[in-house]
Design a protein around this ligand. Structure first.
Ligand SMILES: Cc1cc2nc3c(=O)[nH]c(=O)nc-3n(C[C@H](O)[C@H](O)[C@H](O)COP(=O)(O)OP(=O)(O)OC[C@H]3O[C@@H](n4cnc5c(N)ncnc54)[C@H](O)[C@@H]3O)c2cc1C
Length: 595
């Protein structure tokens, strides 16, 4: 093992990105001060069996129809690398994964395929990209004499500072053997998404799914519930709670038995329904959310320069308010901006409650607008990109989280056009309908006969109730750290190695970071100080969900971590700390995956 030890816990997009940038820096030729690579060990720890894809892009968690939510040109660990990777691997992808190419380019002659910057490829394809880039980064590290140790099917369950370094306790997930790796100089917590255990009464009922992933588990839970009701006369009904990207994934998972037909130029023409296993016919899917509308459709941004809600205006407001912003003032400016952009037709109140008679109608209009640029989406996206959340007054953050994020997210994080076309085809085929739940609807309950009862609103705003045989929760993640299910997070919190971020009494969700970077804050007696060892980015950190949940932000953070870690290596090499055997002899690569 080298004298300087880095450890990456969690090798999804964040961990892979950090590894890639770290290895590039450590092995870059012509550096003014090169670190002694044979003195370096990189350790990776991953619960899963594959490094790279993490949660959203793992083949167990996706179905062919589940697309990346962003254009290929914005989904890379650096530069335009996802496109470059597809181009480099074109023949292999056509040979071994033709279905992943055809999903995005239906009906093309495969030999003519050119990876397209503006297209939305299946998440499974992005997972293959991350897996390969992870492996290549390790190989590059090895070729430069860096020691590499991969722990797969291992979960980090505890961690503590010990003297000058950090120790992690790992559990092998098949044998349950536990052991500690010590002497770590730097540790990245890139542990990503988590699923808070659903605690409400419906969660214990047959036919309830707390998440749309993995799709295989969703389908078998629905099939089991349907088989338990042999005498039914109506199509089984599944309620999907949430109409964001994961709600759409849930809908597409449930429609997988049927088939979409395409026009000659690759647009969805119709949906041919097919029987769901054990149901004797197709399912009927009801999607619902508080507002009852899907997000707009991703397309080119409309040409529009912000006039009222500008960086300068926000800076001036902060100067007047001790560095903080007030949400009411921002919404006022946003309202003016929307009205200016749309000639007075649309204001903020219309974003909160879109003035469309049905979800179908809004989707159709949004799809049409997406070809030329949707002004409302453009303005709200530009507002969100100003990253005002982190400088809101604490009590306004609470208001934003409870009441407003849903509208910003829904409007500023649009869906690929292909998904919109599919949703319209499903509605036209009578397979999908949409309900509005309202903002103060009672939670769904379960009847004595096992059916879910969902309170919602009719088109004219009257309270109604629908019944469903199954229910899939596809609503937002809870970021409260005290509800984080992982032993690692709970132990780090207990030991004060990480602390929940809190402002003016409001616990925002996520862990606290030192200002200006990605160093984790830890408790030291009665105060909090930057950890000497731990860094983190992605879902576990404060505000990430409100401001930075897009690939470019991961790259920016990974580069920060890689720069900081490189500096440690350079300092160590310059100080000539004791190193293992001189020279760049054969390195160690070990893979722990005992099953
Ligand atoms: C369904 C879904 C779809 C998305 N689609 C997009 C998209 O199209 N475009 C986009 O830009 N963003 C998308 N996102 C946002 C997403 O946050 C990022 O793209 C990215 O995948 C997050 O990567 P991550 O590494 O932080 O987390 P994850 O992908 O969750 O990876 C974390 C990894 O850490 C491992 N791990 C966790 N705890 C431990 C432990 N204690 N010990 C060992 N290993 C551990 C997990 O097994 C996992 O592999 C999507 C998010 C979701 C949930």
């Amino acid at each position: 093992m080298g004298a300087l030890k880095y450890c990456i816990v969690g090798t999804g997009f964040a961990g892979t990105c950090a590894l890639w940038h770290l290895v590039q820096r450590l092995t870059a030729p012509h550096q003014s001060s090169s670190p002694e690579t044979s003195a370096i060990t990189i350790i990776t720890v991953e619960r899963g069996t594959v490094n790279g894809p993490g949660y959203p892009y793992s083949k167990d968690n996706v179905q062919l129809a589940h697309r990346c939510n962003n254009q290929a040109s914005t989904m890379s660990i650096h530069g335009n690398d996802f496109i470059d990777w597809m181009t480099e691997n074109k023949s292999r992808l056509i040979r071994d994964h033709a279905e992943l190419v055809l999903e995005t380019h239906p009906g093309i002659t495969l030999a003519d395929w050119q990876p397209d910057n503006d297209e939305f490829y299946p998440r499974a394809l992005f997972g293959l990209y991350l897996e390969q880039r992870f492996q290549e980064a390790l190989e590059r590290a090895l070729a430069h004499g860096i020691h590499v140790h991969q722990y797969m099917r291992h979960e980090a369950i505890d961690g503590r500072t010990e003297g000058e370094t950090f120790s992690l306790t790992l559990r092998q997930l098949d044998t349950h053997e536990e052991f500690t790796i010590g002497g770590l100089d730097r540790v990245l917590l890139s542990t990503g998404h988590w699923q808070t255990k659903a605690a409400d009464a419906v969660a214990k009922s047959d036919g309830f799914m707390a998440s749309p992933y993995p799709p295989g588990a969703v389908k078998s839970a629905v099939a089991n519930k349907v088989r338990s009701q042999p005498g039914r006369t109506e199509p089984p009904r599944v309620f999907v709670q949430g109409m964001g990207p994961s709600g759409i994934d849930a809908i597409l998972t449930l429609c997988d038995e049927g088939e979409f037909t395409y026009t000659h130029d690759g647009h969805v023409a119709s949906y041919r329904a097919a029987a769901f296993p054990g149901a004797g016919g197709p399912l009927h899917i009801v999607a619902g959310s508080r507002c009852g509308f899907f997000s707009p459709i991703r397309g080119p941004l409309a040409t529009y320069e912000m006039h009222h809600l500008t960086e300068e205006r926000l800076a001036a407001m902060r100067r007047e308010q001790n560095g903080y912003l007030k949400i009411d003032a921002i919404l006022e400016l946003l309202d003016l901006e929307l009205r200016r952009a749309t000639g007075g037709a649309v204001g903020w109140a219309d974003v909160v409650s879109p003035r469309y008679p049905s979800a179908r109608e809004k989707l159709a209009v949004d799809l049409r607008d997406s070809y030329t640029g949707n002004l409302v989406y453009t303005v709200v996206l530009k507002a969100r990109r100003m990253r005002f959340y982190s400088v809101l007054e604490p009590r306004d953050k609470a208001v934003y989280d409870r009441m407003l994020d849903t509208h910003f997210i829904r409007t500023a994080v649009p869906m690929p056009a292909a998904n919109a076309e599919k949703l319209l085809a499903l509605m036209d085929a009578g397979v999908l309908s949409v309900v509005k739940l309202g903002y103060d609807a009672p939670a769904p309950v379960v009847d004595a006969d096992g059916a879910f009862r969902i309170a919602c609103q009719s088109d004219d705003g009257q309270p109604i109730t629908i019944r469903a045989d199954c229910m899939i929760r596809a609503s937002a993640q809870d970021f409260a750290m005290n509800l984080h299910p992982s032993p690692l997070m709970q132990n780090l919190l207990r030991r004060g190695e990480v602390v929940p971020h809190e402002e003016g009494g409001y616990v925002t969700g996520g862990i606290a970071l030192a200002p200006g970077g990605y160093r984790v804050m830890k408790r030291a007696g009665s105060v909090c100080i930057p950890s000497a060892h731990l860094a983190s980015f992605g879902s576990p950190v404060r505000f990430w969900q409100n401001e930075r949940n897009f690939a470019g932000a991961f790259v920016e953070a990974a580069e920060w971590v890689a720069d900081e870690w490189l500096e440690v290596a350079v300092v160590m090499s310059a100080a000539d700390k004791p190193k293992p055997a001189a020279g760049r002899g054969p390195s160690i690569v070990t893979v722990e995956m005992r099953r």
